[in-house]
Design a protein around this ligand. Sequence first.
Ligand code: ISL
Length: 579
Amino acid sequence: PIEKAWWKEAVVYQIYPASFLDSNGDGLGDIPGIISKIPYIKSLGVDTIWLSPIFASPQKDMGYDVADYRSIHAPYGTVADVQKLIDELHANNVRILMDLVVNHTSDQHAWFKESRASRSSSKRDWYIWRDPKYDEQGNRKEPNNWKSIFGGSAWAYDEPTGQYYLALFLPSQPDLNWENADMREEAYNDMRFWLDRGVDGFRIDSMNLMSKHPNLPDGKVVTDEPYQSGAEFFASGPKMHDYIREMRTKVFDNYEVMSVGELGFTKDEQSVSQYVAKGRHELNMLFTGDIVDMDFGANGKYERDDFHPRKIRKITNMWQGAMPKFDGWNTVYLDNHDSGRSLSRYASDAPEHRSTAAKMLATYMMSLSGTPFLLAGQEIGMANLAKNYGAEAYIDVEGKNYYNEVLQTRGGDTSKMADVLREMQLKSRDHGRLPMQWDDSPNAGFTTADSKPWMTINKDYVDWNVASQIDDPESIMAYWKRMIALRKDYSDLLVYGSYIPLPETLTGEMVLGYERYSKTTGQRALVLLNFSDQEQIVVAKEYAEYTDSSILVSNQEVEESVGSEVALRPFGAVIILKH
Ligand code: ISL
């Protein structure tokens, strides 16, 4: 049987600090705002929060560009405020994960300022500097053809010292050189700084980009664009596992740390297993990106590719099946601050379906093996900005860069951008960062009525907000609370039980179905999730053993006892427990 652990049973609530609650009317969420909502967080039944970065930062990438790991972005509060947050969470038995962004820093970090000061700086080698190349005409060129994840070259030229530095995200986010042992030690000290203050763990940003291929070779040419991905040479590089093990033995093992690595580009079972297989002594769990990429095109995020339930079946079956093979553990999530809301992309935010669809997704997340992470707002069915918002509503750098790149190729003609806007309406990172909708007062109770929120507030807050759901037993929020409680009550089955996929031939292509089984308790459950806006009938003949079983939970009206057929209404979900 799977070894039990608190971090396997945890239910994590992701808070995007800028967007949770503004306590001082400056239009930006803050730490005191989060502290004031601890009773609310607790009432949901979640027991851990993950805070996206709150550190001192010029905010070129919303804090994923850290200028000082030991101080707090002033509008969010102070280190003392964060200490109070940690202590009050702990007093309520809620743990806290911080976002650890150590693949890169801000160019405003003292380390980088020193590094760029001169070629002979003692910190020169803390970042990745290379001489220019020159073409036949003698024009200066980047050291290789890698493309930045946010567009353009992955190299930025530093005029005064005549070299390029590597920056896989923005030019203002230079990549650290993990080969340098002094740099690693300083990063470990910063981690200890927060662990000593009681932080319970880290979500490690862009974790598998920390080790690059030492020769930084050109990426494989697959497009006719000037820059190519190059990810094969910067993701899960040769020293990746050495670094994680060192971080573990030197830092994490001295505390009770929960570690969650963000894995980009690495998708195959074999490579993934190396990060979390028991016995490797590396990470507790991972975010593999495939679940938030299901409607991305083959050539990039903003290329059209419709979601189909077959995709979630494939990814779910793959990871639920893989982890037990190597005694690994994973996360379960559908939303984060880098994506559109799953409700709008994989289910439906149409008024007639919204509540049922949000509950169906909750049923999915709470009935799988792995540690669930929900993004604040999921519990009230927050959705993407609607189609009638124009380009100006989108402010995130990734989407904006892409929009402007395409706009340029279309001669700056904004009337030709409808296709791009359509994709942004589904996938822009802004949707995951919309301010929390607390009530139906002006500015949704996120900030004072007369202040200007940092980010568009979705007009649908009038109908979809915390206040309108908190006392309604039929609400999405009530359903989430029930699901979270069920997961705890049935942890042998829902957290630790085995996962048995149901074939598409049995469920039909629009329904995701699986069984959970606990050897320890003998409990068995059938989970059926309708990912379509049509009624679906699942003939569960082969599962006749369910005939006299009862409905553990459902988002639709169902009989206490089912026969050999289960009728799922649009976006219907049901968990049937065999006694
Ligand atoms: O956001 C993405 C696609 O839209 C991803 O490619 C994302 O950039 C990647 O998963 C890494 O994300 C993390 O690091 C970035 C930061 O911008 C993201 O917010 C963060 O989650 C750089 O620190």
